[in-house]
Design a protein around this ligand. Sequence first.
Ligand code: PLP
Length: 220
Amino acid sequence: MSISENLATIKSALPKEVTLIVVTKTQSIEKILEVYHANHKQFGENKVQELLAKYEQLPKDIEWHLIGHLQTNKVKYIAPFVHLIHSVDSFGLLKEINKQAKKCNRIINCLLQIYIAKEETKFGLDFKEAEGLIHSKDFSELQNINITGLMGMATNTDNKEQIGNEFHSLSLFFNKIKELASFNLQPEILSMGMSSDYRIAIKEGSNMIRVGSSIFGERS
Ligand SMILES: *Cc1c(COP(=O)(O)O)cnc(C)c1O
């Protein structure tokens, strides 16, 4: 099937409360435009350099999501335009995002990335660290960020039960922090699920999925 057919098939099966972020990493401008012309404008990139290059070359009504690990010294490049940063995994990073957002006269929406996988390779805060961050006085002083939810990645395994359990734990934590809402903590988004596991994620309460290879084909 073509890219636009894959997109249409996936979208037609999604519950209406679930937002699809099309992950464009490693894809050509031409392929991304095929998605754009199918009237989809929410895209995700995992690397700042690639995000910047694509932002420059593509139409300006695209909503860009940064979904991969973000280094503090690169925040300034994306601060003027990024729509949502899914990968906030330290207070230091959040503080820098706040600083750069202020310079741009913006409030930048962010998700806390929570570590739920049983793997050594994934970034993120554990539940305790995330709660500590949210409850800290330093956090309450950040005026130019808004924590609009959480992001998590499950273990890369065929064990559906394990994946479900990992997503379920994040869903429970999401419900817990919703009760702590404040001016800069307004949790509405639960970003979990990619090509291999988004159906499980949606069952467990995800309302934002990040899908690349099911739309573009396997990355080379
Ligand atoms: C690459 C990537 C995805 C999408 O992965 P696919 O398997 O291609 O759907 C989702 N989230 C993050 C953080 C990624 O880096």
